[in-house]
Design a binder for this molecule. Structure first.
Ligand code: TYD
Ligand code: MG
Length: 455
C-alpha cells in the first residue's frame, strides 16, 4: 500500500513547501500555509504510447459559437460560447455572478438547450424564487444542490446537458482529498475534474469563483491555467452598472468589455454606455470634462470631475476615484512645473462619473483640463470633448483609435473635439464636429476653456 504524502500549501498563491512555515516565501502572506495530504493510489503508471502528429494533418473542426443570449457577454467571450470550453467568472460577493449565470441558463433553456445548474451555496427554493424574478422558466433547466464533484459528474453523465454551471467552484469538493472545501487542493482538483469532463463530452462548463480580499480569484493561478477563459464581473455596490471583462480568453481578445445594469428583474444589457456614464454634456460647471475613452474596440464617453481647493493642511491631498492616483500626482506635478499652476498648496479631488475605472493614457489631457478648469473656476467650452496623452515635458502626444472616438462624440451631439496635433490628419473633415488641434498645453487651455480664447 502506497503511503500518503503530506505537503504544506499556501492558500493564497498555491506555493508548496515540505514543512510548515509562518510566512509564504513566494507571496509574503502570513499564516496562509496549510497542511494537505495527497492520497497515493496504487494504479500502475500510465505509459504513453502515442505518436505526435503533423500540425498540417490536424483538421480544424467547426467552431460554431453559440450565443449566451446576451450580446454584451458574447462580445466579451469573443463572439459567443465555444462548445466544450470552460469559463470561469470571478467577482466579489453580491456583485451578481449567480444572477448573471442563472439568466444565461434561462436564456439557453429557452432556446431548447439542456442546462444543469449546480449550486453549493443556495437552496433549491432560493434559486427558484430568483429564477422567477428573472424570467420565464423553461423545461431545459435542471437544478442540483450538490458539492461532491463525483456526484455532479454522475448526474451530468445521466442528464447529458450541453451546459453546466458550477456555483461556486470554492464550495466543490472531492471527498477523497482530505483537505477542507475551498482549499487550494480541493479547488484545483474540482476544476481539473470538471475541465476533463467538459473536454471529453463537449460540454460547456461555467464556474463561478469568489474573489479574495486582494482581488484575485481564490486559488487563482491554478484555476487560471486550467480553464479556457477567465472573466471578471465587477462594479461598484453603490452604482447599478456592472462590467464584465476578460482576463484570459483562449478564443478571443481580452480587450473587450460588456456592460450591464442591475435592475429589480435581474441584469439588463446597456447598449449605449456613453449615455450611462455622463451627465448631459451641456453647460457643465468648472472642473467637468467629457472624454471619449476606449475599452477594447469600443468607445464610450466618460465625464471627469475635478475639484481643486486650497489645502487646509501642510501636505496637499490627492483624492482620486476611477483613475490611477500616481498618474494624477504626476500630472499635478507637471502642471506646477510646466504651466506654473501652484498645485502644491491645493487639494485635488478627481472623480469619474458613474464610478467606472479608466486606465488609458488618452485621458491625460482631460484630467489636466479638468484640474485647470476647476482651479481657475472657468468651465470648458460648451459641447467640447477632449482627448490626448500628456508627456513629462508637457507635450501632447497622439493617441490611438481617434476616428472611432470622433464618431462616437459626433453621434452624441458634441460640436468640438480637442485632440493632439499629430492625430489631426487621421480624420475626414465631414463628421459634423469641429476639430481643434493642440500641440501644447497652453494652446489646449486657450482653446478649450470657455471665453478664454482671447487671453
Ligand atoms: P448575486 O447574483 O447573488 O451575487 P453573487 O452571486 O455575485 O454573490 O446577486 C446579489 C445582488 O444582486 C443582491 O444584492 C441583489 C441584487 N439583485 C437585484 O438587484 N435584482 C435581481 O433581480 C437579483 C436577482 C439580484
Ligand atoms: Mg452567488
Amino acid at each position: 500500500m502506497a503511503k500518503d504524502k503530506v505537503q504544506f500549501v499556501c492558500q493564497e498563491c498555491g506555493a508548496v513547501y515540505p514543512r510548515w512555515q509562518g510566512r509564504c516565501n513566494s507571496c509574503d502572506a502570513w499564516n496562509s500555509i496549510v497542511e494537505e495530504v495527497i492520497k497515493k493510489t496504487n494504479k500502475k503508471e500510465h505509459i504513453p504510447s502515442g505518436m505526435p502528429i503533423h500540425l498540417k494533418d490536424i483538421e480544424e473542426g467547426e467552431f460554431t459559437r453559440c450565443s449566451s443570449g446576451f450580446s454584451e457577454m458574447d462580445r466579451v467571450l469573443g463572439g459567443g460560447i465555444i462548445p466544450g470550453s470552460t469559463i470561469l467568472v470571478g467577482g466579489s460577493p453580491g456583485i451578481g455572478k449567480s444572477t448573471l449565470l442563472l439568466q444565461i441558463s434561462l436564456k439557453l433553456a429557452e432556446r431548447g438547450e439542456k442546462v444543469l445548474y449546480v449550486t453549493g451555496e443556495e437552496s433549491e427554493q432560493q434559486i427558484k424564487i430568483r429564477a422567477k424574478r428573472l424570467g420565464e422558466i423553461h423545461g431545459g433547466l435542471y437544478l442540483e444542490t450538490e458539492t461532491n464533484t463525483s456526484h455532479i459528474l454522475a448526474s451530468a453523465s445521466n442528464l447529458k446537458p450541453g451546459f453546466i454551471v458550477i456555483d461556486s467552484i470554492q464550495t466543490m469538493q472531492n471527498p477523497e482529498l482530505s483537505s477542507i472545501p475551498g482549499s487550494i487542493s480541493q479547488v484545483r482538483a474540482a476544476a481539473q475534474e470538471l475541465v476533463e469532463f467538459a473536454k471529453k463530452n463537449d460540454i460547456v462548463v461555467f464556474m463561478i469563483g469568489h474573489i479574495t480580499k486582494g482581488g484575485v480569484i481564490a486559488g487563482p493561478k491554478v484555476l487560471e491555467h486550467t480553464v479556457d477563459g477567465v472573466f471578471y464581473f465587477e462594479g461598484d455596490s453603490n452604482h447599478e452598472y456592472r462590467i464584465i471583462r476578460a482576463m484570459k480568453n483562449r478564443y478571443g481578445s481580452t480587450n473587450e468589455l460588456g456592460i450591464f445594469e442591475m435592475t429589480s428583474s435581474g441584469l439588463r444589457e446597456v447598449d449605449n454606455p456613453s449615455e450611462f456614464f455622463m451627465s448631459s454634456g451641456e453647460n457643465m460647471g468648472p472642473g467637468s470634462v467629457i472624454i471619449p475613452a476606449i475599452e477594447g474596440t469600443r468607445p464610450f464617453l466618460i465625464e471627469i470631475q475635478a475639484l481643486v481647493t486650497p489645502s487646509a493642511y501642510g501636505i496637499p491631498q490627492r483624492v482620486v476615484t476611477g483613475l490611477n492616483t500616481k498618474r494624477v500626482s504626476l500630472l499635478c506635478a507637471l502642471l506646477e512645473k510646466r504651466v506654473g499652476i501652484p498645485l502644491g498648496t491645493q487639494d485635488v479631488f478627481l472623480n469619474i462619473v458613474g464610478g467606472v475605472q479608466i486606465e488609458e493614457p488618452a485621458i491625460d489631457l482631460g484630467v489636466v483640463m479638468a484640474i485647470v478648469s476647476s482651479f481657475r473656476d472657468i468651465p470648458l467650452k460648451n459641447k467640447l470633448v477632449v482627448c490626448g496623452e500628456v508627456g513629462l515635458n508637457g507635450e501632447i502626444r497622439p493617441v490611438s483609435h481617434i476616428p472611432i472616438r470622433v464618431k462616437e462624440s459626433a453621434r452624441l451631439g458634441f460640436k468640438y473635439f480637442l485632440l493632439p496635433h499629430k492625430n489631426q490628419a487621421e480624420i475626414s473633415k465631414n463628421l459634423g464636429i469641429s476639430l481643434i488641434d493642440a500641440d501644447s498645453l497652453f494652446k489646449a487651455f486657450r482653446e478649450g476653456l470657455a471665453g478664454s480664447s482671447k487671453q
